[in-house]
Design a protein. Structure first.
Length: 55
C-alpha cells in the first residue's frame, strides 16, 4: 500500500506541482488520523492548483 501511495503522490506532484502533492499527503494523513482539520486543509491544497487562473 505505501508503494501505491508514493506513486500517486509522485504523479500528482508531476501533474499539478508541489502544492497538490502536499495537499494529497495532508488529506491522506487527515483521513487516517480522523482529523477533519488536516483533511480539510489537504483537500483545499489539492483543489487549489486545479482552479488557479491561467492554468
Amino acid at each position: 500500500m505505501p508503494l501505491i501511495t508514493l506513486v500517486i503522490e509522485q504523479y500528482v506532484q508531476w501533474r499539478f506541482g508541489l502544492t497538490a502533492a502536499l495537499g494529497c499527503a495532508l488529506l491522506t494523513v487527515g483521513v487516517k488520523a480522523e482529523n477533519a482539520t488536516c483533511a480539510g486543509v489537504g483537500g483545499l491544497l489539492l483543489v487549489a492548483p486545479a482552479v488557479a487562473p491561467g492554468v
